[in-house]
Design a protein around this ligand. Structure first.
Ligand SMILES: Cc1cc2nc3c(=O)[nH]c(=O)nc-3n(C[C@H](O)[C@H](O)[C@H](O)COP(=O)(O)O)c2cc1C
Length: 423
């Protein structure tokens, strides 16, 4: 992926199979390979982000699609898609999400060809000295909430405002972004013609940990998508592919996730065929002995290591006898290993597992409601082993005579589809 800074907040990103152009309002565009489709993003209507120059591309490139924020008031056309904040949409092979800008319009979060790209538009921390405290506080809260929506993803390239007009607050949005969002390369923008001042912010000590990934270059090449997310699917659905409704929901969820996050690698741990066994007294002794010797690389801990490494975890199991099948408990015995998935400290235990999120998918014959012991237990395990987010989805009432099971399943699929977008 080759990135060219045109000017201000305008960047052109050339990928293997397409060209992305952000907030072009003036400036010369570089030569790119002919025949690629173009996707032109407009974050909002301000004249330093949008002008009608974008429509000249209709005459110049073989195929163009415009993704334009609604504040622009763009004319309807076959090649124009109007967006609002907090939308998710699929355009060809691009998965696009929009955030709410703290000024006007939207920010864009895009996945394509295995890359993930963020363009902030005017989503900035507009903290103006002298403005009412309430307004500035709204800026802080809203900015953090919006950036929080990116948490968990890995961004290969992020275009983030750094505006010297905000004086000592000019780089606060950039700092907040770098602390909260995992990314490979960040490109400051919206600094007008004040490049030296923009660079001076980055020289501040607070940017020490991030300086290597901040680029002011006119052109910059990223050779390959960054970290692929490692998702572990723990399948404890005893009744298998044809019968298990919990498994149907989990498969649906994973398919939706792959649609939103094409870079996601899923490893399935099918507990029925994994050969795991409950811990015997002998196993406990052996385990203690190995851990005393620091041999966490022993084969005995393979499942614990796999769990500890995963970025995302999906666990699916039916609701059985007020919790879940014994096989899942056997798995939990295997993964709770001191020094791998958790550690005891002077102040209590601390999870060592890397997962950003763990989702527990289950289904019940009756109605269990809030007192779902399986969900409470899995939440405790998630809190014990890591500090990622825990969510659960439970389809209920599936065995109650007269219930429309298809309808109940469809409702839960809709919930899962929603979660998949930001999983
Ligand atoms: C061994 C067993 C125990 C069950 N225990 C309960 C229970 O305690 N409460 C309940 O509402 N349903 C119970 N059910 C019904 C299942 O929760 C329900 O059929 C669920 O959808 C099964 O999930 P699956 O289709 O993924 O196998 C039980 C089913 C079995 C086979």
């Amino acid at each position: 992926m080759k990135i060219t800074h045109i000017r201000h907040s305008c960047f052109l990103v050339e990928l293997e199979g397409k060209v992305l152009l952000f907030d072009w309002y003036k400036g010369d565009l570089p030569e790119v390979a002919e025949g690629k489709p173009w996707y032109v993003f407009v974050s909002h209507s301000h004249e330093d982000h949008y002008s009608e120059i974008i429509y000249t591309l209709r005459e110049k490139v073989s195929k163009v699609t415009y993704i334009i924020d609604s504040t622009v008031g763009a004319a309807q056309a076959d090649d124009v898609i109007i967006v609002e904040p907090h939308q998710k949409l699929q355009v060809d092979d691009l998965c696009i999400r929009t955030l709410l800008s703290t000024d006007e319009g939207v920010a864009f979060d895009i996945e394509t060809e295995g890359y993930r790209i963020y363009h902030a538009g005017d989503l900035n921390l507009w903290y103006w000295e002298g403005e009412p405290d309430a307004d500035n506080q709204w800026q802080i809260d809203t900015y953090q909430a919006e950036i929080g929506r990116l948490e968990g993803g890995f961004y290969d390239a992020a275009f983030v405002p750094l505006d010297p007009r905000l004086e000592k607050h000019g780089a606060d949005a950039m700092e907040g972004f770098l602390h909260q969002v995992s990314c490979g390369a960040v490109f400051p923008m919206h600094y007008w013609r004040r490049l030296d001042e923009a660079r001076a912010y980055i020289d501040q000590k607070r940017f020490d940990p991030f300086r290597d990934k901040i680029h002011f270059d006119d052109t910059y090449v990223i050779d390959a998508p960054g970290r692929r997310t490692r998702t572990l699917f723990v399948n404890a659905c005893i009744r298998g592919e044809v019968m298990s409704r919990s498994l149907m929901l989990a498969r649906y969820f994973l398919d939706e996730c792959r649609r939103w996050h094409p870079e996601m690698d899923v490893t399935e741990r099918h507990l029925l065929t994994s050969g795991i066994h409950w811990l015997t007294g002998e196993d406990v002794d052996r385990r203690t002995h190995l851990l005393e010797e620091g041999r966490t690389d022993d084969e005995m801990f393979a499942l614990a290591r796999e769990f500890a490494r995963a970025d995302r975890i999906v666990i699916a199991a039916p609701f059985w006898d007020y919790s879940f099948p014994a096989l899942l408990k056997v798995y939990i015995e295997q993964i709770c290993v001191q020094g791998i998935t958790f550690v005891y400290t002077e102040t209590g235990s601390r999870g060592l597992s890397a997962f950003k999120e763990l989702i527990y998918i289950t289904s019940c014959g009756g109605y269990v409601g809030q007192d779902n012991e399986a969900v409470s237990y899995m939440r405790k395990i998630a809190e014990f082993l890591g500090c990622g987010r825990f969510r659960s989805v439970c389809a209920e009432g599936l065995d109650i005579i007269g219930n429309d099971v298809q309808q109940l399943m469809a409702e839960k699929k809709a919930v899962l589809r929603e979660i998949a977008g930001d999983f």
